[in-house]
Design a protein around this ligand. Structure first.
Ligand code: PMP
Length: 404
């Protein structure tokens, strides 16, 4: 059982006020708040062991390198990767997706197909469009239904021997739909296609097991799972990472450089050119430890309760419609009130100390599907409470009265 008061005390920001009201932070889908242990670990790195990694023989450089590599192993264990060198540090999900899409430019030819889902964040659409423009491959879209669920019969029909890579998020940021990724991975493999899972919205809620999933790539950002911004992970199966060319050239990623030819370093360094966010990489390990100390069973139980409670309370408001009514859903409620622009509601509730996201959530195709300019999105974390939901529901009612 989660001791919610104790958990909230871990997050200093949760006790601040915004516009004179206690902060109600429901924008966890955009980024999570950070526990004190993570904030302290960043300072500790700079105070005690700051040095560049993988370079110096001096003691500080070795201490920093060890801490960085220990963090990589922690993340390997967390996602159950077979090898630590399959875990590549990136600057975030966007970087991970671009690295893979860029690598596929050396593989794809005209006539090849890339499948993306209708539920994607722009960062899992645009890199694939750029790839198709570069290679002459064709981008095809796995459609969704009115509940915001991908239509698996259509996916099955779209797959063919021309499909070279499928890309889909584990959980949708705009609607909260949990996608049937295991089914999609197995199906893609039946056709010899690779598959990338965008886990940006999954890692705050669950512990992905990349070997059980058998995905070829799994990408995520640290900042959505209690870690710092500027760091993320690209997991790739060893064989794929060996096959793909590096994304960036520079220091650290080479074996030997002459003006005639450069040979690349072994994994993971081949994909880690330049000085990374060293503190971020180390502290992502701290964040993973923190999430595990809370326990993903506890996290899921708390978030499911919040989702059910918020859904019920919000639906009592006249004219309110929730977008995304999938059977499998995480703690996101995306909604609109008839006749009112989502931005206007967002602005009023902010005055009351409540942080929700308004707009298209970097998923314009989803908004176009529903023929709406955007939604108000409340995304809950394990540190949120039902009392906070009550505050939001009252604020939304107030906004509705003021605006209609
Ligand atoms: N994919 C999904 C599903 C996301 O929710 C996000 C962040 N909103 C991203 C990709 C991009 O993540 P980042 O901005 O951290 O690179």
């Amino acid at each position: 059982m989660l001791d919610i008061n104790k958990v909230r005390a871990d997050f200093p920001i949760l006790s601040r006020t915004v516009n004179g009201k206690p902060l109600v932070y429901f924008d966890n889908g955009a980024t999570s708040q950070k526990p004190q242990i993570v904030i302290d670990a960043i300072a500790k790195y700079y105070q005690e062991i700051n040095a560049n990694i993988h370079r110096g023989v001096h003691t500080l450089s070795q201490l920093a390198t060890d801490a960085y590599e220990i963090s990589r192993s922690k993340i390997q264990n967390h996602i159950n990767a077979k090898f630590a060198h399959e875990v590549i540090f990136t600057s975030g999900t966007t970087h991970g997706i671009n690295a893979v899409a860029n690598g596929f430019a050396s593989i794809l030819k005209p006539g090849d197909e890339v499948l993306v889902s209708a539920l994607e964040h722009h960062s899992n659409i645009v890199p694939w469009q750029m790839l198709c423009e570069k290679t002459g491959a064709t981008l095809k879209v796995i459609p969704m239904d009115d509940n915001g669920e991908l239509i698996m019969e259509e996916y099955d029909k779209l797959l063919s021997n021309n499909t070279k890579i499928v890309t889909v998020n584990h959980i949708s940021n705009a609607l909260g739909t949990v996608n049937p990724v295991k089914y999609m991975i197995d199906k893609a493999h039946e056709f010899g296609a690779a598959i990338l899972i965008d886990g940006a919205q999954a890692v705050p809620h669950l512990k992905p097991d990349v070997q059980a999933l058998d995905c070829d790539f799994y990408v995520f950002s640290g900042h959505k799972m209690c870690g710092p911004t500027g760091v993320g992970i690209l997991y790739g199966k060893e064989a794929w990472l060996n096959k793909l060319p590096p994304y960036q050239g520079g220091g650290e990623m080479i074996k030997e450089v002459t003006f005639e030819k450069t040979t690349y370093a072994d994994l993971p360094h081949k994909f880690e050119a330049g000085t990374p966010d060293i503190a971020g990489g180390i502290v992502l390990g701290t964040a993973v430890d923190y999430m595990n100390s809370i326990g993903f069973d506890n996290i899921q139980k708390q978030e499911l309760e919040l989702l059910e409670y918020a859904t019920k309370q919000l639906l009592e408001i006249e004219g309110l419609k929730i977008y995304g009514t999938a059977k499998e859903k995480t703690s996101v409620v995306s909604f609109n009130i008839e006749g009112i622009h989502p931005y206007d509601i967002g602005t009023i509730v902010d005055k009351l100390g409540i942080a929700v996201r308004t707009g298209h959530h970097c998923a314009q195709p989803i908004m176009n599907f529903f023929n709406i300019p955007g939604t108000i999105r409340a995304s809950f974390s394990f540190y949120n409470t039902k009392e906070e939901i009550d505050v939001m529901v009252e604020a939304v009612k107030k906004a509705q009265m003021m605006l209609s």
